[in-house]
Design a protein around this ligand. Structure first.
Ligand SMILES: [Cu+2]
Length: 496
């Protein structure tokens, strides 16, 4: 095969070149070889990507050019009877580079006498991270924030349907895992946790998700198992427009668009995102809506098996003011609207899930002095959630279209004051009030019977905490925390 082609490798040769491109080793090859391959490196031994290697046969003027790959590697086939000679130059560099003869029978290493990287940065990272960044969230194929957080080791999910997976941390879940959004608690409304807290935040809002596996690591929250902290994005200086769309199997579609603007004094952001998908098939090719045996009361009606599994729209607005250096006022609002969502794990499906979140905060940061940071903020989350069994066999021939239905309302107000001091100390005071109400209606023999499942329940909590996180040595940090919490609950007496 007489042509020069960067394919097929039969042998590797070594050959060292110093000084712009001089040869250090390798004598004229006496025997022709069918191919040659090698690597171009710099003075430190780092590969030189895209280096231009010129190849010619001894005694011939015509030369071919090869381009090294990103690892500095190159390969070529040799014409029969060719005694190869090489010259190497950096990409884009022109000059009279001498050819040197090489022995194609051994591994070739062409050392270019330059330092490709003027500064070397050694990156060290712990192998296990308890945090998921926005890029990982988007690239993870997760359908919501809870599923994305399951990338953290020790975190798994309880899947009840196509979306809205519940987080499980070291075997504990539900109220043992506190989910905070920008430091604030929020609660869903469904008593069956069809809308766990992380479900109410869209990907496009998220900067990162931190999972604190011990109370000493948590910025607040006071959960037995874990605190999952979802941190939303802040506008970066200038105008930024971001539009993305993801599509997948089973009708999955998730477009989003956001715009933000910031200068030294003001910043603003706005965004919109949608997520929609149909019932998916399991590995056996069976729709998840057909997983329950025919005739089971919770099985889906035939007409509902191909239905939409989730359909959620989220929009948000944010405004921030920096009146003096280090001081910041923030006002954020998010509105989420969800229609039909299927939960084959449960006996009902959601027909509505509307959530509104708002947050007002003030913070002061200082680079020096005893007091480093103060933050005071209040948030409110209101969720309206309806579910019924109209898609299941259990709905029978009820004149209402369903045999059981629940209407749930939840409102959570959360206040926090956090003070951070020099030396790794921080302390905070938190308060939260949750009103939660669920009424279940049962249709029996054409009659409706209303059962107050959660009759205007109230939960009133206050907490104070102090925390220390002080590095003692490289990779050794002393951590400790104490938290005092008081929670009162109450409910309206249910009417028989
Ligand atoms: Cu529900």
């Amino acid at each position: 095969m007489p042509s020069l082609h960067p394919q097929s490798v039969l042998s590797r040769c070594t050959f060292t070149l110093s000084l712009g491109l001089a040869l250090a080793a390798g004598a004229l090859a006496g025997e022709p070889a069918p191919s040659l391959a090698g690597r171009v490196v710099d003075r430190s031994g780092d590969p030189v990507p895209a280096a231009v290697v010129r190849l010619r046969c001894a005694g011939q003027a015509a030369a071919s050019e090869l381009v090294a790959d990103r690892l500095g590697r190159f390969r070529a086939e040799l014409p029969a009877g060719c005694a190869p000679e090489l010259a190497v130059a950096l990409a884009g560099e022109r000059g009279d580079v001498p050819f040197v003869a090489v022995d194609p029978a051994s591994d070739l290493e062409l050392a270019v006498d330059v330092d490709l990287f003027r500064d070397r940065i050694d990156v060290q990272a712990t192998a296990v991270s308890d945090s998921v960044g926005s890029r990982e969230v988007r690239e993870s194929f997760a359908l919501d924030a809870g599923e994305a957080a399951a990338r953290v080791p020790g975190v798994s999910r309880l899947r009840k349907g196509g979306i809205a997976a519940d987080l499980v941390v070291r075997g504990l879940h539900g109220n043992d895992v506190t989910v905070l959004v920008d430091g604030h608690r929020l609660h869903g409304a469904c008593p069956n946790r069809m809308d766990p807290p992380a479900f109410h935040v869209d990907f496009a809002e998220i900067e990162r998700i931190d999972v604190a596996k011990s109370p000493a690591d948590a910025p607040g929250g006071g959960a037995l198992a874990s605190t999952v902290h979802i941190v939303t994005r802040r506008p970066e200086p200038g105008l930024h427009v971001d539009a993305q769309a993801t599509a997948g199997a089973f009708g999955y579609l998730a477009p989003s668009a956001s715009v933000s603007w910031a200068d030294a004094r003001w910043s603003a952001r706005a965004g919109w995102a949608m997520r929609r998908g149909d019932a998916y098939e399991d590995g056996d090719g069976q729709l998840f809506t057909a997983a329950l045996p025919a005739g089971t009361p919770a099985a889906y009606r035939d007409a509902a098996q191909q239905g939409r599994a989730f359909d959620i729209g989220t929009s948000w607005l944010g405004l921030a003011l920096t009146p003096t250096a280090g001081q910041r006022f923030e006002l954020d609002a998010t509105r989420q609207r969800a229609e039909s969502q299927l939960y084959p794990y449960l006996r009902m499906d959601a027909s509505r899930d509307d959530a509104d979140r708002a947050r007002l905060g003030w913070s002061l940061e200082r680079a020096a002095g005893r007091l480093r940071r103060v933050e005071a903020a209040v948030s409110r989350t209101a969720v309206r959630h309806d579910m019924d069994d109209r898609l299941r066999l259990s709905s029978g021939i009820s004149p209402f279209g369903w045999s059981m239905r629940s209407e749930a309302d939840s409102e959570t107000v959360d206040e926090r004051l956090v003070v951070e001091l020099a030396g790794g100390w921080s302390a905070g005071v938190e308060g939260w009030q949750r009103d939660w109400s669920v009424d279940t209606a049962m249709a029996m023999m054409g009659q409706l019977r209303i059962q107050p499942m959660l009759p205007d329940t109230e939960l009133d909590g206050t907490a104070a905490w102090v925390r220390l996180a002080r590095p003692l040595a490289d990779r050794v940090t002393l951590r400790g925390a104490a938290r005092f919490e008081r929670v009162e609950t109450g409910a309206r007496a249910a009417q028989g």
